[in-house]
Design a protein around this ligand. Structure first.
Ligand code: C2E
Ligand code: MG
Ligand code: MG
Ligand code: MG
Length: 278
């Protein structure tokens, strides 16, 4: 009896799962050669001071154009890169690439820009991660505080106990730390107080329905108040309309990022963008 049921379950679910697994395996094997093959690139999205409408820095966002699979979304390949460990060499390439690009854009600038790079917790588990990041920064010959690391709230809080020392070492190094997608995970207030972070990034799911949605308005208000009372900078992501930007500015949000200001752009367009938005 059990065997029959088991067989039915097998027949019902395995073919569909198999497709997924097949696609994943195929993406993973292509991703293995992507770095050497020059298939990876960074796009940059400005972070804007909401009050003064000035660009303060950029977030680097990874793009993969595969000859076999075409453009693959980060939502699809980042999890594969994390599970396979490929995120470690790829992530180091991202930091180096972003800092080298930034050095060119900051050359001759009075107000230096910073660059934010997304980090997976898988990267924090690498032995000596702080030393490795310090080495990458030194190789690029830039000040450590040009680099901001964005970690999602869920990743940070999942393993906060084991990571708090790493965060402290990174802070001592001088890099900035931001909690990404804030409001979607489960932050412990006591850890939020103890973590050496600089920035909270309001998730775009609370931004899209501003200023109409009363709940989102209340949540944005609360996150901004929390950030400021902890002495942190607060940035809202996913700003697409002037009304959203105005609502966030009125609530006291410091920075904004989103299609309203600019879509993520190839590195080759950044200098021109900066010249037009000085
Ligand atoms: P994220 O760090 O929260 O990045 C913000 C995402 O929102 C980006 O998607 C960006 O293109 C998109 N976005 C920006 N402005 C708007 C807007 O106004 N409206 C809407 N609807 N979307 C907007 P993207 O580039 O597809 O990246 C998705 C996620 O992949 C990122 O979320 C980040 O978690 C991850 N990711 C990207 N690059 C890297 C990387 O180099 N390393 C790691 N570990 N993760 C990365
Ligand atoms: Mg991010
Ligand atoms: Mg985010
Ligand atoms: Mg997000």
């Amino acid at each position: 009896q059990a065997k029959v049921a088991g067989k039915n379950v097998f027949e019902l679910f395995v073919p569909a799962m198999n497709l997924n697994v097949k696609k994943r395996v195929s993406l993973e094997s292509s991703l293995r050669g992507a770095l050497q093959g020059g298939e990876l690139a960074l796009h940059y999205q400005p972070k804007v001071d909401l009050m003064r409408r000035r660009v303060l820095g950029f977030e680097a966002l990874l793009r993969w154009h595969s000859p076999e699979h075409g453009n693959v979304s980060p939502a699809d390949f980042i999890p594969i890169a994390e599970d396979s460990g490929l995120i470690v060499p790829i992530g180091e390439w991202v930091i180096t690439q972003a800092l080298n690009d930034l050095r060119r854009w900051n050359d001759g600038r009075r107000d230096k820009l910073h660059v934010a790079v997304n980090l997976s917790t898988r990267q924090l588990r690498v032995d000596d991660i702080t030393r490795r990041i310090a080495q990458l920064i030194a190789d690029c010959a830039v000040p450590a505080d040009w680099l901001e690391l964005e970690l999602t709230e869920s990743m940070v809080m999942e393993n906060v106990h084991a990571q708090i020392e790493t965060f402290q070492q990174l802070q001592a190094l001088g890099v900035k730390l931001a909690i990404d997608d804030f409001g979607t995970g489960y932050s412990s207030m006591s850890y939020l107080k103890r973590l050496p972070i600089d920035t909270l990034k309001i998730d775009r799911s609370f931004v899209g329905d501003l200023p109409k949605d009363q709940n989102d308005l209340a949540i944005a208000t609360a996150i901004i108040a929390l950030a400021h009372s902890l002495g942190l900078t607060v940035i809202a992501e996913g700003i697409e309309t002037t009304a959203q930007a105005e609502a966030l500015l009125n609530l006291g949000c410091d920075l904004g990022q989103g299609y309203l200001f600019a879509r993520p752009m190839p590195a080759a367009q950044v200098a021109q963008y900066l010249a037009a938005n000085a």
